[in-house]
Design a protein around this ligand. Structure first.
Ligand code: UD1
Length: 374
């Protein structure tokens, strides 16, 4: 049977990988390796359970550190794991440090790499995730794309390389670009089926009221108090009109405390939330404000207005076909966008983004197995 190593490390990895692992069940023998990049229960073990994933076979325990430290430790751990447990291919997902590190370790051991969520580009080279995406795609053999724009990005970078190109032996299979759709939406669809949205909303005391849901965690924003403070002020003003629910990444909470930022009344700063609870609130929110990548996608499928507090997005499809609006990192623009959104009529009907249909996992599995000739 085909032997695969799936490497996961951070919250979004689990959500993107779970549907592919499900679809491979019975067709491949998959070893699951957790790098330990995320270790808090809500970001890691709790999420694994919630997604119905099996427990990882091993955990590298790399934890937090600088980018180089994390990357290096994951590379060493993945290399060792591959030495001890041979694999026909390595599966990685998304754009976190664990993704790139695992891909680099694998390619140097001549093990093909399959990348879930390939081809996304923000064109902002200061984002660590952009570096991770470009490097991972450059070395990946199976490039599993969520949307047509990703395929176009890869073609623009000269991928797939023609067979027999220098560095790629003629007998090697050429890189395989496959438009399979969005596995993160598979997870969303499955979790929404099983969650009592009303009960979650009621649990927060939010029944029958409009509320806003906020997630902000990018280092470029939260590590700079001069940038972050005005945003908290704007959220405070919004909280006068409607409750603002803000489940915060540990990084965000730590930075707010360190900078002594006072949280205005009406903003509910919470611990990172259970995935099902978060999705339920996201589905019921009047408005979502975020700097996350995945949240832009989820709100688009749910038909919930999303304001993205960033200067660029690697997910332009969510602006073209979804409900996402790129505000820019500008407090005044955020203030205006919130006012416009509140004045506008409520939820539009959910748009349809091609192949974001809850069935991307099986398509991704098929592409991986086909590439390996199975
Ligand atoms: C990582 C990803 C980011 C993704 C995010 C999702 C990279 C470069 N970044 O960012 O793309 O959007 O995950 O959640 O890989 N911490 C904890 N508990 C944990 C993990 C982290 O408290 O379980 C704290 C630590 O103080 C740590 C900080 O959060 O220093 C940052 O963690 P790190 O793994 O470096 O990156 P994220 O910010 O989580």
């Amino acid at each position: 049977m085909t032997k695969l190593l799936a490497v996961v490390g951070a919250r979004p990895n689990f959500v993107k990988m779970a549907p592919l692992l499900d679809a491979l069940e019975g067709d491949a023998d998959v070893r699951l390796l957790h790098t330990g990049q995320h270790y808090d229960r809500a970001l890691s073990d709790g999420l694994i359970e919630r997604l119905g994933m099996r427990q990882p076979d091993a955990n590298l325990g790399v934890g937090s550190g600088t980018h180089a430290e994390q990357t290096a430790q994951v590379m060493v751990g993945v290399e060792k794991d591959l030495e001890e447990h041979s694999a026909d291919a390595v599966l990685v997902a998304g754009d976190v440090n664990s993704t790139m590190a695992a891909a680099l370790a694998a390619v140097k051991m001549h093990v093909p790499v399959a990348h879930v969520e390939s081809g996304l580009r923000s064109r902002d080279w200061r984002m660590p995730e952009e570096v991770n995406r470009v490097v991972t795609d450059r070395v990946a053999d199976v490039l599993l794309c969520t949307s047509e724009d990703a395929v176009t990005n890869l073609a623009g970078e000269g991928i797939p390389l023609p067979q027999g190109a220098p560095g790629r032996e003629a007998e090697d299979a050429p890189p395989h670009v496959a438009l399979v759709g969005n596995t993160m939406i598979d997870s969303l669809v499955r979790i929404l089926d099983g969650v009592d949205r009303e009960a979650v909303v009621a649990g927060q005391g939010l029944e029958d009221v409009d509320f806003a849901l906020v997630t902000l965690h990018r280092p470029s924003l939260v590590d700079d108090p001069e940038r972050f403070r005005p945003v908290i002020g704007i959220l405070g003003a919004l909280a006068v009109e409607m409750p603002v629910v803000f489940p915060a990444h540990p990084r965000t909470t730590a930075r707010l405390e360190a900078a002594g930022v006072e949280i205005p009344e009406g903003i509910r700063l919470l611990e990172p939330m259970d995935y099902a609870d978060f999705i339920a609130l996201e589905a019921e929110a009047r408005l979502v404000i975020t700097d996350s990548g995945g949240v832009q996608e989820e709100t688009s499928v749910l038909g919930v207005p999303c304001l993205t507090y960033r200067d660029s997005t690697e997910r332009p499809i969510t602006v073209e076909l979804g409900t996402n609006r790129l505000v820019g990192v500008d407090p005044d623009a955020l203030d205006d966008a919130i006012a416009e959104e509140i004045a506008a009529s409520t939820h539009s009907s959910p748009p349809e983004i091609p192949l974001w249909d809850g069935k991307a996992g099986p398509r991704a599995a098929q592409a991986v197995l086909e590439h390996l000739g199975r």
